[in-house]
Every structure is written in C-alpha cells, then in structure tokens.
Design a protein around this ligand. Structure first.
Ligand code: FE2
Length: 309
C-alpha cells in the first residue's frame, strides 16, 4: 500500500477565529489556526477564504519511490503534479483544492486505557463506577479520520483519487457514492455527487462510544441548533456516529469503532449498496434531509461560481 494515512486538511472559512475557539472547546490542542489531537497541532489548519471550503488534503505514503509512482500515475490520467521539498503537490483540477502527499512512517496513534465494562457473562467493572463518570475530564477526539466531499464531476474525481492517487474502493452506495480509503480505515474519503465541490463533513475519531456520546451531548448542550444526525451506527463502515455543525457551517462527525480492512483480498466490496439501507442500523433509519443539502448550499454554489466557475 503506497498511501497509508490521512494526515490532515486545511479548511478555508471567512473568519478563522471562530474555529479557533471551537477546536479549543472540543479538546484539540494547538493555537493560531493550527489544531489537532495531543501532539499533532496542525492536523486541521484553518485559513481565511471567501466562503467555507476544503483548501487542502494531506496524505502520507511510505517512501520517495511511492511519490514517483503516484506522480507517474497522475501523469497517466493527465494531472500535473510537482515535487517540492520531498513532497508531491497537485491542484485537484476538478474540485480546486490542493493535495499534498509526503512520505511518513507507518504508525497508528497511541492507545488510551480501555474502559472496563460489564456484559453478560463477562463482568470486568467490579466495585467501580463507569469510566466515563469517574475520569476527571471528557476524553478528547483522537484524530481526524475521514472527510466527505461533494463534487460536480464524480467520475473525474473518482478517477483522480483512485487511479491517480491510489485510494482504494471499500464500498459503493447508490452507484455513485464512493467510499475510499488511503489507510486500513474503511473510509478516509467519501466522494458524492453535488451541485458544486464542497466539504460535507470531517470526522473525528473517539476512543469509544461513551466518548462520542458524552462529547456530542456536551457540545449540543452548549450550542443549541447544532444537531445534524445521530447517534447511530452506519451500515457502511460500521462506525457509530453523531453529526453536529461547527461554527463555520461545516458538519463534523464524532465516530468510534469503524471497520478496518487489512486483508485487501479478503474484503468483499459491495458495489450496489441501496441508498435506503445505508444510513443507520439503529436510531433514525434515514439520513436527515439537511445532510446533503446544508443550509448554506446556495452560498456554496454562489462562492464556487464566483471564484472557480
Ligand atoms: Fe462520516
């Protein structure tokens, strides 16, 4: 596997300071528009832009040889890239955000102590109150796991990210929603058709379901009207989810327990996942109307047409 991890994203918003307060509040570390989990400030970088948008996606590969192979594959589909300071840079010709690929060590994030739970026949939490109750602070999000983008040219986008950059397909929903990965995560990038390219949501992984629900509940309590969907558990990817809206209008997802694909041959890609059986195994059966038509869709369309159309 050449690509092995989603390293980070740059978000463009009209007022970057609104997101500084937000990331601090949800438990990220950093400052000055650079935020992320402990030890990785800069996983999410915020820049000023005329309307909210994805500005950059950063990916890790294993070696310089990988960079050369990716550059050649991109050239093969007619996409220019440039090697600079040990990284491969390209401008996505369809969606207009930047993509940067760089060699990094293959590694997962550090493990936090597993909270003891009681289940029938296996009682591990003995004489103790629940971890989520007695731990001194809510557990923060652990990393950026995936992004979901809309695009007005799904086939060209699919070609760029799979044939060009080397993302692998995990599942396909409704014929045109491509769940793809650049790591063992079931998905790091979901591409879906949309009137214009835009960032639908970014997803932050938590240690466990308690952490997702506690963090989402706290956020909702302090920010009325930010509920988008959840809690639930997706069929595609298997992850437990809760979607909320950040102060810039972009949705963010807290998730835990996503499928991992480590044996490429053994994974059966499902190519015909019906739209009406893909949202959640429990909770609300269908995704809310707002999910793929955010309130600011008209602004996003106008912004795209003004600056990129
Ligand atoms: Fe998601």
């Amino acid at each position: 596997m050449a690509l092995h991890r989603l390293l980070g994203i740059d978000l463009g918003v009209p007022d970057p300071s609104t997101l500084d307060g937000f990331y601090q509040e949800i438990g990220f570390t950093g400052g000055d528009h650079h935020w992320g989990p402990e030890g990785v400030p800069g996983q999410i970088v915020v820049e000023e832009a005329p309307y909210r948008q994805l500005l950059e996606m950063r990916l890790a590969c294993e070696s310089d040889e990988d960079l050369a192979v990716i550059a050649k594959n991109l050239e093969g589909i007619g996409v220019a890239s440039e090697s600079r300071e040990g990284k491969l840079h390209l401008a996505d010709p369809v969606n207009k955000w930047r993509v940067v690929v760089e060699p990094c060590e293959v590694a997962d994030i550090s493990v936090q102590p597993q909270r003891e739970i009681n289940r029938p026949g296996e009682r591990n939490r003995l004489g103790k109150r629940p971890g989520v109750m007695v731990e001194p602070a809510l557990r923060p999000p652990r990393r950026l796991g995936h992004v979901v983008v809309g695009t007005n040219d799904i086939l060209a986008t699919h070609k760029l990210y799979t044939e060009g950059l080397g993302f692998r397909i995990s599942d396909i929903v409704g014929g045109l929603g491509f769940f793809t990965r650049c790591s063992p995560d079931h998905h790091n990038l979901l591409m879906t058709p949309a009137p214009v390219p835009y960032l639908n949501h970014y997803a932050l992984e938590h240690d466990d379901i308690d952490a997702v629900c506690a963090a989402a509940t706290r956020y909702l309590g302090a920010h009325e009207g930010t509920q988008i969907a959840g809690p639930g558990r997706h069929q595609i990817g298997g992850n437990m989810f809760w979607y909320l809206r950040d102060p810039s209008g972009t949705f963010f997802e807290y998730f835990a327990d996503m499928d991992r694909i480590v044996d490429e041959e053994a994974w059966a890609i499902r190519e015909d996942w019906p739209m009406d059986d893909s949202w959640s195994l429990w909770g609300e059966k269908n995704q809310p109307e707002v999910f793929f038509t955010p309130d600011d869709m008209e602004e996003l369309i106008a912004g795209w047409n003004k600056y990129h159309g």
